[in-house]
Design a protein around this ligand. Sequence first.
Ligand SMILES: Nc1ncnc2c1ncn2[C@@H]1O[C@H](COP(=O)(O)OP(=O)(O)O)[C@@H](O)[C@H]1O
Ligand SMILES: O=C(O)C1=C[C@@H](OP(=O)(O)O)[C@@H](O)[C@H](O)C1
Ligand SMILES: [Mg+2]
Length: 175
Amino acid sequence: MTDKHTNIILVGLMGAGKTTVGKLLARHLDKCFYDSDHELVRRNGVTIPVIFEVEGEAGFRRREEAVIDELSSLDNVVLATGGGAVLSAQTRALLKSRGTVVYLRGTVEELWQRTRHDRNRPLLQTADPKARLRELYTQRDPLYREVANVVIDTSRQNVNTLVRQLEQKLAGMPD
Ligand SMILES: Nc1ncnc2c1ncn2[C@@H]1O[C@H](COP(=O)(O)OP(=O)(O)O)[C@@H](O)[C@H]1O
Ligand SMILES: O=C(O)C1=C[C@@H](OP(=O)(O)O)[C@@H](O)[C@H](O)C1
Ligand SMILES: [Mg+2]
């Protein structure tokens, strides 16, 4: 059976730090770390941009939905999701029932600074990636808030500070 509070699920936009913070948080809490993107890459043997290229965003979303369903049904894990996972209503319902959901929030400026040199995020391969991030923020911020039990502001906070802050918040949460 899945105990709601044994899993920690991280949501938020690209560059929020889900992968980086998640890995460190898992080590601190002695939980297994999974990242839905890493799992898709490992299983399919191709990069995220290649999945987008071959199957389009819709194909990627189908795979993402399935892998998040599978990983969130495990116990005692920290799961970093991809930024677009919450676009699926099915995934939103699932996440809320399978763990404590943490929204890592960041300003568009910071998210952009953290992602601007990375070619591994196909949605940002546009003429104006910062404007794209702004659009995605407007569209998705309400969805992240809808699923989150905890919202953490990552602005001007280093990863170690964020992990400490998160540990404190999680420890103070009711069972
Ligand atoms: N709080 C932070 N402060 C500074 N840099 C960060 C922070 N969180 C993440 N980063 C950096 O931003 C980049 C994107 O982080 P990542 O964990 O891949 O984000 P996400 O998985 O949410 O897209 C990485 O280079 C990471 O080292
Ligand atoms: O926001 C998105 O739609 C996406 C975010 C990426 O993950 P990160 O949020 O870990 O960068 C990855 O899943 C894919 O490029 C699509
Ligand atoms: Mg990530």
